[in-house]
Design a protein around this ligand. Structure first.
Ligand code: GUN
Length: 302
């Protein structure tokens, strides 16, 4: 049975450590969150970010714009926020609608307010190991590993997924922590064989319960970054392998969240595992708060 890596405990620890730093600042840190369109999952994430700001005493500004917003309109919002002294961090929730040029948008955010670490300047800083904001989800994974005492140096780590938001920065952070890193993706030949070598396996592909027993090396640390919402009973039954007590829970709620790793296989085979929900998810917001406080400290000369 895998040890459960509890992201909520680590989140609470990170947030508690931020409190005295926030109190020491001359001005409260300010975070602006921009959401274009009405994607329900994005709305949930954005609201949760705003709520955490309030509980920590950060100033937050939620900017909602309709699906029809143009790239030029979004760039104008960012220009205003770049010049707003009360705002230390700017986050444009991804994904934006397909007609918006997301690259242009991310490049417009002033690098010192880019608390996502998505601006090319900050991607470059990560690549060569200079200080700067690190993308929140992979940074949260590193905090979880560090604070739960999991050794990374010298380990074989396999990251499944090569997104700019998670896969690539995750691989880079593991590399800086001296892991031997492999990045796998949709064109990888014999994914199972690659994953079987992993002492640390990171699933970041956005496909429900995709990594199963054949991918998990017995005793591996399995980090599940996926958050997939299942509402079809037949899909839930297939994933849960018709286990009656688990399906009963699905039936009660009419939905379930599942990661990119198969929960039953990960539980049975891994040495340690981040469950979904309650594993990596809570850490993303904790690291967003941490990046915002750090940006505020830098901008206020602290
Ligand atoms: N969408 C999913 N994860 C993230 C994130 O970390 N930052 C932003 N801006 N959008 C996201």
């Amino acid at each position: 049975m895998a040890q459960i890596l509890d992201g909520k405990l680590v989140r609470d620890e990170i947030l508690a450590e931020l409190e005295p730093r926030i109190a020491a600042l001359p001005r409260r840190p300010g975070l602006a969150v921009v959401l274009v369109g009405g994607d329900p999952a994005s709305e949930v994430y954005v609201n949760s970010k705003i709520k955490t700001c309030a509980s920590l005493g950060l100033v937050s500004e939620k900017i909602l714009r309709p699906e029809t917003t143009t790239t030029a309109e979004l760039l104008a919002i960012i220009d205003e926020l770049n010049g707003n002294e009360a705002i230390d961090g700017i986050l444009v929730q991804m994904p934006v609608p397909p007609h918006i040029d997301s690259r242009q948008v991310l490049e417009r955010i002033a690098p010192d307010k880019d608390i996502d670490g998505f601006h090319p300047v900050n991607v470059g800083r990560l690549s060569i190991g200079l200080p700067g904001p690190r993308p929140c989800t992979p940074a949260g994974v590193m905090e979880l590993l560090r604070r739960t005492g999991i050794e990374v140096a010298g380990k074989r780590a396999v990251v499944v997924g090569r997104s700019d938001i998670v896969g690539k920065p995750m691989a880079m952070l593991l590399l800086h922590a001296h892991a031997t890193v492999t990045i796998c993706h949709s064109r990888t030949v014999d994914l199972a064989a690659e994953c079987q070598r992993a002492e640390i396996l990171v699933g970041a592909i956005g496909r429900p319960a995709f990594l199963t027993a054949e991918h998990i090396r017995p005793g591996a640390v399995v980090i599940d970054v996926g958050i997939n919402r299942i509402t079809e009973r037949s899909e839930a039954a297939a994933i849960l392998r018709n286990e009656a007590n688990l399906l009963a829970e699905f039936d009660r709620k009419g939905k379930m969240l599942v990661g990119d790793t198969h929960p039953l296989d990960a539980m049975a085979l891994a040495g340690a595992w981040t469950p979904v929900p309650g594993g990596v998810g809570p850490l993303t917001i904790a690291m967003l708060m941490s990046n915002t406080v750090e940006a505020a400290e830098r901008r206020q000369g602290c």
